[in-house]
Design a protein around this ligand. Structure first.
Ligand SMILES: [Fe+2]
Length: 343
């Protein structure tokens, strides 16, 4: 009993200390745009010790000064026309499940343009991180090939998607504020390793770069049970929904056998879909990519956030820019606040 009380007191003390560090780090971030290492570590600890409640509370405080634009008409975008009622439905499901699978697909022409770019563009991969290479589907040398984010930002087809008003409105509704475009990511996954790779995020984990965010994933080739479908645990993004026993491991990757004990079989979702399929996820949900049995998988991912507090990444340098994208960024300074422009 005495030991239990002692542990409880220690926990309360640590949480109070972390809150103080966070408040100081957030105040400094507002002035400098940079997050201190201690501030980010405090955020991670507070997420785990409060089972996500801390992030929700802070997010609500942050968005007060950044109210969302009111969109009352239908919006036309890469998946066609979405009505206000559709947006409400998407947001309700996203809040409940942490996941929404769009029934409409991304324009096939755009998908094939980006797919063809991915076959020719340089990637970085372990163990050759210092050397950019082109992915050879017939001769993979790694389980994952990542595209550099600055290269993606400078691709005008990807800029087209970044400007998509449907995606932005989904993020706006979910975050309850004007979203910031945080980053694009794109990568090939291969069957090079047959076992789950931590490097390729093939063990269950949650993301925590920011206080609150939303990710959009677009499959750029057909994804079946063979070539590494995305998996997630429905509703595990909700505050209080993660087993404390697992959160006590911190910001860690969790073996399947440990996760399986805590959730019902129905909560485990596997996302299969043809090229152009798109889904949104709050990746506070436990999630992972399935190790591939054969073939390869090409995924494009965007992250939208309410604040850039958290992991420190350099701002993106946009050099190759369409006039439309330039104008769009001028008109949407909050959304484009993570971009810098050359010329
Ligand atoms: Fe992840």
């Amino acid at each position: 009993m005495r030991a239990l009380l002692y542990r409880l007191r220690q926990k309360i003390k640590t949480r109070a200390k972390n809150k103080k560090i966070f408040v100081q780090a957030y105040a400094a971030f507002k002035k400098t745009g940079t997050t201190s290492t201690e501030g980010y570590t405090a955020l991670l600890d507070l997420y785990c010790s409060s089972n996500g409640k801390f992030n929700e509370k802070i997010h609500k405080e942050i968005i007060v000064s950044n109210p969302p634009k009111k969109i009352t008409d239908s919006v036309n975008g890469i998946i066609g026309k979405i009505s206000p009622a559709d947006f409400t439905n998407i947001n309700t499901i996203l809040n409940k499940d942490g996941y929404y699978n769009f029934d409409k697909k991304v324009n096939p022409e755009l998908v094939s343009k980006i797919y063809n770019y991915a076959l020719k563009a340089n990637t970085v991969t372990a163990p050759l991180y210092d050397k950019k290479i082109v992915f050879d589907p017939k001769n993979p040398i790694s389980e994952i090939y990542r595209f550099e984010q600055n290269d993606l930002i400078n691709n005008t087809d990807i800029q087209q998607l970044i400007m998509d008003p449907v995606l932005i409105n989904v993020a706006r509704n979910y975050l309850g504020c004007e979203p910031i475009f945080d980053f694009p990511a794109m990568w090939w996954s291969t069957a090079f390793l047959k076992d789950a790779s931590s490097e390729a995020a093939q063990l269950y984990h949650f993301d925590l770069d920011r206080i609150k965010w939303l990710k959009i994933f677009i499959y750029l080739n057909d994804v079946t049970s063979e070539n590494g479908p995305h998996r997630l645990i429905k509703s595990s993004h909700l505050p209080g929904a993660k087993p404390q026993e697992l959160l006590n491991r911190g910001y860690a990757r969790i073996p399947d056998e440990d996760i399986l004990k805590h959730y019902k079989p129905d909560d485990f979702l596997v996302v299969i879909g043809d090229a152009g399929s798109m889904f949104a996820e709050d990746t506070k949900c436990w999630h992972k990519g399935t190790p591939l049995k054969s073939g390869n998988r090409l995924v494009l991912e965007f992250e939208y956030t309410s604040s850039l507090f958290g992991a420190n990444y350099p701002k993106f340098e946009v050099k190759n820019i369409s006039d439309e994208f330039k104008q769009f960024c001028i008109n949407n300074p909050i959304y484009a606040s993570n971009f810098t422009f050359k010329n």
